[in-house]
Structures are given as C-alpha cells and as structure tokens.
Design a protein around this ligand. Structure first.
Ligand code: KPL
Length: 311
C-alpha cells in the first residue's frame, strides 16, 4: 500500500495526515536539517463529530529511504506557496525517483516554478475547498467539508495516475475527484482568491463583510473585468466580468464568516501569498500586454502590509 508523506503539516496537511492515517501509513516530513531520529507529531483534529488525537511519525527527509515500500511514496505538499520551491529543494536528495508530488498551493506561480525546477518528478496540482484552520500548534479544526480536485500538471504526470491518486486520497473519507483539465480549476480558484483575499486583508474584514464595504463594491466589477480578460487571454477561455463576479459572489456567500487566509496571515504578522496570487496575474498581464491598474494597486497595497515593510 502506498505510503503517504506530508510536506508542510499546517492545518490542511494535518487534516490529510489524520484522515489518511486510518487506512495508510502516513509520515510527516521534518525540516531537512532536523536530526535523523524519528519523532512523534501529535495533534487533535476537531470536526463536526468531535475531537480525536493523532500521534503520527515525523521523520527527517534523510530517513525516507528506510520507509520506502514497493508500492512507493505519495508526497502531499501542503506548505505555503512562497515556501514551495525551497521545501522541495530540501527533500529532493532523498525522494525516490518517480515519486508523485501533489501540490496544494494557492495561486499559480509556485506550481509553475516547481514544474520548471523539478521536471524529473510526476507533478499533480490540487484545488481544494476543504476548510481547515489551526487554533494552536496542536489543535486543528476541520471547519467545512468541500471537494478536492487532482490533475496532472507536468509532462511526467498522467490522467491514469491522477485517478489512482484521487482513489488513494478518497480513503480519507473526504471527497476527491480526478480532473482532466486542472488548469481551469486552478485559474478559477486564483481569480476568486485575487478578488477576496487582498480586499479582506486590506479592509480587515470577514469575507461576507465585503458586501457592505463601499471601497470594495465600487471597484468589484472593474476588478472582475481585469481578471477575466487576463484569464481569457492566458487560457483561451471566455469569461465575462459578470460571470466571474457571479462565481465570486457565490464564494463570498458560502464563506461569509471566514477570515480569508490572507487576512489571517496579515493579522498574524506573517508573509502573505499576494505575489503568488495577484503578482502572478500582473506578470501574466504584462506578458500578454493587458492593462491591469486595479490588480497593480492591490499588489502594492498588500505588499505594504508585509512584516518586512512594517518597521
Ligand atoms: O480560499 C480562500 C482563502 O481564504 O484563501 C477563500 C475561498 C477566499 C475562502 O476564505
């Protein structure tokens, strides 16, 4: 049976680890510089059915070879998007050839960088609407159930293996589907995040409160128009601004009480993913010769909230 390895055991990584440990061997990867000794990774997962404690094995990347089986390893990469390339560099010396990687990052920039830097691994991208957050280092809340789509992202990845991975991940009890065109899902998620995340971070409000914020509502339509034209030019799709706005309206409605991941990052004094989300859109717009003043403004405004710009 495939051994599932988690790189980046934050809220989402811990959710997958906990749910898959019921049926699979699950390993949590420690930092590359960690000692070779195996450790425990303990946390409590709380969901609508109650709370359960998990005690999983945490190993140094250098110990991966000791845990490899004939069925191979599946690496779920759940770190923040800006840490992705560095995190993969830290494990590449020990990750067996042919190991499938599943990338769970927000935005689209880091996945493209990973695909360029690591062409020797089959790379899959995941888009998930599962909601998980961490209230303390050892307490994870599964706040909302959703769907996870998995699709091939580089030349070594295949639809057949995407289906096998989706089947493996379904053992978690979470809803997982293979997706033949993962790029369009990634772009839709990117577009949603490019509207909700910067604005909630700037206004310091929950997703649903955007609807009452005139600074947001005054520019909402124009922002959707910019994003739709970038997305259409980059992916040969045909979104109208109104269709995109309708999609985002639905997410705002369903996640009204959420604090977006970007707002949480700003409030916790952490780096945000603005460069991987809006920054990626602005780069694409430049490449395609599309004017995007609203996205540029949002990028600059959120960059100013970053911890390194505070002093
Ligand atoms: O993905 C999200 C995020 O916060 O990053 C949304 C969809 C905006 C939900 O909060």
């Amino acid at each position: 049976m495939t051994t599932v390895v988690i790189l980046g055991a934050g809220a989402l990584g811990s959710l997958w680890a906990a749910r898959l440990s019921r049926t699979h061997k699950v390993l949590i990867l420690d930092r590359p510089q960690a000692s070779g000794r195996d450790k425990r990774f303990s946390f409590t997962l709380q969901d609508s059915k109650g709370s359960l404690a998990y005690h999983l094995l945490r190993i140094a990347p250098s110990a991966l070879a000791n845990h490899s089986t004939d069925a191979g390893l599946l690496l779920l990469v759940c770190c923040k998007s800006y840490d992705l390339v560095k995190a993969l560099e830290g494990v590449q010396a020990w990750l067996p050839e042919g190991t499938a990687l599943v990338l769970f990052q927000n935005g689209l920039k880091s996945q493209h960088e990973a695909a360029r830097r690591f062409p020797h691994w089959p790379i899959y991208a995941a888009v998930t609407t599962e909601g998980a957050n961490r209230t303390s280092p050892a307490q994870v809340i599964h706040a909302g159930t959703g769907v996870t789509w998995i699709g091939a992202f580089n030349a070594l990845a295949s639809e057949t293996q995407a289906q096998q991975i989706a089947q493996t991940l379904s053992a978690s009890g979470l809803q997982v589907q293979a997706q033949s065109d993962i790029s369009s899902r990634l772009w839709q998620k990117l577009a949603i995040n490019a509207v909700i995340n910067p604005w909630t971070a700037l206004l310091g409000c929950r997703n649903g409160e955007l609807r009452q914020a005139s600074r947001f509502t005054d520019s909402y339509g124009a922002l959707c128009a910019e994003i739709a034209s970038i997305m259409n030019a980059a992916t040969a799709s045909h979104w109208t601004a109104a269709e995109l706005q309708h999609l985002v309206d639905g997410v705002i409605e369903r996640t009204a009480l959420n604090r977006s991941s970007m707002l949480q990052d700003v409030q916790a004094g952490r780096q945000t993913e603005i460069e991987q989300i809006t920054g990626f859109l602005v780069e694409q717009a430049e490449r395609l010769g599309i004017d995007c003043p609203r996205n540029r403004e949002l990028l600059q405004a959120v960059l100013k909230l970053s911890p390194e710009n505070h002093q």
